[in-house]
Design a protein around this ligand. Sequence first.
Ligand code: GLN
Length: 484
Amino acid sequence: MHTKSLSELSTSLHNGEISSVELTQHYLDRINAHNTELNAYITVSEDHALQQAQLADQRLQQKTAGKLTGIPLAHKDIFCTKGIRTSCASKMLDSFISPYDATVVEKINDAGMVTLGKTNMDEFAMGSSNETSFYGNVKNPWDNNKVPGGSSGGSAAAVAANLAPIATGTDTGGSIRQPASLCNLTGLKPTYGRISRYGMIAFASSLDQAGPMAKSAEDAALLLNEMAGFDQRDSTSVDREVPDYTASLNDSLNGLKIGLPKEYFGEGLDADVAKTVEEAIKSYESLGATIKEITLPNTHLAVPTYYVVAPAECSSNLSRMDGVRFGHRCDDPKDLLDLYQRSRGEGFGDEVKRRIMTGTYALSAGYYDAYYLKAQQCRRLISDDFQQAFNDVDVIMGPTAPTTAFNLGDKTDDPVSMYLADIYTISTNLAGLPGMSIPAGFVDSLPVGLQLIGNYFDESRLLNVAHQYQRQTDWHKQIPNAYK
Ligand code: GLN
């Protein structure tokens, strides 16, 4: 049952072959059996899930159910969920229960889906390996000695190990696409503004975007249909019609122009990963596409630019975690300053503190022009590169990550080497463009992701391009042996 697509599950639910309560229980049993080893979920919301499943079954019986009604899913623990703890994988919010649902959660609830629980992640979404979580690291279902990627590592591991049919994630610099790549999933980061950020705990507000983490492009399209749309409560959400993302999945790729940025195939890219990705791209020729080398000359600025912009924004966003308005409060403060210092000192982990300090520094009076302003200028150059490229091509392709999943602990002492795990994904966030990772093969039994980057609001095209590849290949259908 847990290897079915969302469409297949939907058919079974609508036919009455299975009830939502049975399906939900099946996943809860799998979580019970496997979560101790994988640590993919921080919170399992069993009672809440079974209640939602009962309501879904009523809708199914009354024929008022939608396509996804009764299908369970997992939410990254960055989305506020009314009545279920939302920790952002931080000690700071260890006991935080949100009084409201994030817009994404509300929309998915309205669709009748069932929340199995909240998935593990890097603390406040800062990391690329899920090792900065207050609740401990997550294991990659393909090899328990490897990281699942991050920051949406729990969502990735949960879906890859069939502990959820699909999950939500967020991507500030690669956190949907990189774990999707490392765990053999289809992950989509939409255009900035496509999905509401209301109720999604902010890391870097100008970069954060939610998206689906799925087992196929078709599943991702179905969930995106429910997630996308304008929201008055998020001033950066875009008031633009939401198409049916499944409608164009089967469009022909004849005449599609694919661009390969030469900067994405240079130094730092593992040779076997490069070969796998190149072969995948080559196969698009048989689908009628043409391939052309392009250049994104400012790519080398992406990581340094991101590591000024993202920390600057996070230092401001996280100031609300002060033990008064939000977050952990230290015992017996002797005065206000002591309360702030100890609450924040005790509540945040090392990586979060590092980012707050870097960000505060970059924003401080004497350095603002030299760092923050300069980074914003570089950001514009990076966006302009993409617009230049999209004059000639429809979609850009390359690797999602420079390597396959690395060993747990390998990069924890070297933040800069960890930051380089997102070298190919960060630029799209800086530009606000949609990006996707799809399974493209294996190197030494570990998954490799192919990245697709589209122009603004071109999610339908990315999903179409991904789906056509998935009709020809079965990489995305591979499941780790231990979780079949
Ligand atoms: N790995 C990047 C970081 O640590 C991106 C994280 C993300 O996309 N949330 O900031």
